[in-house]
Design a protein. Structure first.
Length: 55
């Protein structure tokens, strides 16, 4: 599936966020209604921008 967050895939940040979401889903703490790539990608983008000072 194509998504606008490809640049973040296979990074340590992506892997950590993906694992956290996976754990939350497995524990029934959250329910995904959006493809995982978009969720992880958006969070990765926000964290990356906050680390570079861009908003």
């Amino acid at each position: 599936m194509s998504h606008p967050y490809k640049q973040f895939e296979n990074t340590p940040l992506w892997n950590i966020i993906n694992k956290a979401i996976e754990d939350l889903v497995e524990n029934n703490d959250i329910e995904e209604k959006t493809p995982r790539e978009y969720i992880v990608g958006y969070i990765s983008k926000l964290i990356s921008e906050s680390n570079t000072g861009r908003d």
